[in-house]
Ligand binder design. Structure first.
Ligand SMILES: [Zn+2]
Length: 46
């Protein structure tokens, strides 16, 4: 069972919640980002 949550704000990939496990991360501004984009953004120094 999976539930559509939203789309990645960076690449537009659809993000689902699978059995309580989210495909990505909800950011502080309530937008969503997938793990692939999260890793890329995490590698950029703040
Ligand atoms: Zn993405």
């Amino acid at each position: 069972m999976q539930e559509f949550v939203g789309t990645c704000k960076t690449c537009g990939k659809q993000i689902f919640c699978r059995e309580g496990f989210l495909d990505g991360v909800v950011l502080e501004d309530k937008s969503l980002i997938c793990f692939a984009c999260l890793e890329q953004s995490a590698s950029i120094p703040d």
